[in-house]
Design a protein around this ligand. Sequence first.
Ligand SMILES: *Cc1c(COP(=O)(O)O)cnc(C)c1O
Length: 369
Amino acid sequence: MSFMNIMPNRMDRGFLKYQDEFEQKALNVLRSGWYVLGNEVESFEKEFASYVGAKYCVGLASGLDALWIAFRLLGIGKGDEVLVQGNTYIASVMGITMNNATPVIVEPDEHFGIDIERIESLITEKTRAVLVVHLYGLPSNMRRIQSICKKYNLKLIEDCAQAHGARYDGQMVGTFGDVGCFSFYPSKNLGAFGDGGAVVVNDEELAREFKIFRNYGSEKRYYNKVVGANSRLDELQAGLLRVRLAHMDDINKERQYIAEKYSAKINNKLIKKPQPIDNSVSVWHQYVIRCEYRDNLLEYLSYNGIGTIIHYPIPPHLSEAYKYLGYTKGDFPITERYANTVLSIPIYNGMTEKEQDYVIEKINSFKVV
Ligand SMILES: *Cc1c(COP(=O)(O)O)cnc(C)c1O
């Protein structure tokens, strides 16, 4: 195949597919004269809760806000420990440390999820919660994690920022624990046109607390019950998210189609392909391969016009921001090994068959000399 230029992600394609609907909605919101916490947000919350199968959804300003406010409202703070996998985006860990709670790093399993076998040995009297990250859209075994949390009386929070619509045991992620946290950052499977986030919960009182907290701690204007935050989802984003949500099944199906094709046709012995666990449905936020010669592969693909991303080159425990936690290189060898071998190859809505074939062909012809 002749040379092609393929970016790791193409958000413009996802927009163009439903351009008329997005533009109509944006105009309607702009002309409505109501821009924060209105009908669009309320409707989106109802529709998203119903989509994931939760009783309540509360729209927030970002995925990070969903995480830190969740820990805050669950009463997790100084002196408390929260278990979280080492190979995650730093926001997962920040959600914990913004509350002055202590992240306890757990090594991941073969499927990029928290290694459930390691959880029990890390539980102490200070452990208050487990944060499960459904990284890359790959769900963890939530039934097993639920039973561990029940046994030790721990809160269970899910970071679903990369997993809108992913399922374990037929149930959508975000609904297995106390709070499901979502991001609508533009590149996510359900992406807005700016920042946005949400939590889903089944507890009515907790949903109410999120609504109060996101609006400066007030339910009634200028009557502030708690010291909250400004973390509101705006009407424009909510309206545009409703447009995208109506097509969510198609959006995820398209990514599943590409991922299945990659899994069927990439056959280079130097490449390890991602594998969802049994009884799960991934939504393939990323298609992450592993390769011992990752840096050569990245360079070779780039030379051939294929853009890739490393998610993530520096695990949170080794980042400068978390020096104060006192970890050093070698503390979490599996996590660190992933940082050195993972590569996310292009997968996006609107990716053409030709682009997919080109990526497959180039990966299959990669060799080390
Ligand atoms: C994107 C992301 C977040 C944070 O979401 P923002 O909306 O960018 O704050 C949290 N966790 C994971 C795993 C993410 O991918």
